[in-house]
Design a protein around this ligand. Sequence first.
Ligand code: ZN
Length: 222
Amino acid sequence: MQYEAMRQQICAVGKLLYDRGYVAANDGNISVKVAENRLLITPSGVSKGRMTPDMMLLTDLDGNVIEGDRHPSSEGKMHFTVYRHRPDVGAVVHAHPSTATAFSICRKPLKTPYLAELVLGLGEVPVTPAFAMLSTDEVPKSVEPYLAEHNAVMLANHGVLTWGSELWQAFDRMETVEHTAKTLLNVELLGGGVPLSDEQVVTLISMRGQYKTLAQKTKGAI
Ligand SMILES: [Zn+2]
């Protein structure tokens, strides 16, 4: 079995997605680029909290199975689209965290600059304009416009897609999307909050380069 360590890392991330309530039942999918035109991707029909390393599929970017005896995730096309448009991306995570999914149903992007993390790290998280029918080409087409300029997108009436240079970064971004959505929901429940000033936002944006340099020194972040 090839790529044993990465298969185990995918299982660990799947368990975290499940334990944190970002997926229910068999929802969600994870993929990692392990070589040129080679991905490890989670199987369909299995809880992400109960996966074992042997369940992963090794595929190419067209979805052809190279190794494994299960069916790859039904939303694989969405993952393949991310890798085609972003050669710098090494991992993609899709989940249905309930607060961010509610924002997607209400077509509310995460963009008000209440939190430094949103400005500095994650960036604005847009929502696709309309529901894309599951397992069709509508799903990859719906995310294409957001791939170049963002680190995450909310899929209308569906869930969240994040990507990163490696798997933990893609997971961290999923966690930050849901944490931000929860915080923004509480702000709305409390009657609205005070955003950061334009000057503070500009300062934070100017700091992105410093953090990027630091992150690259430690783990090769995008
Ligand atoms: Zn989904």
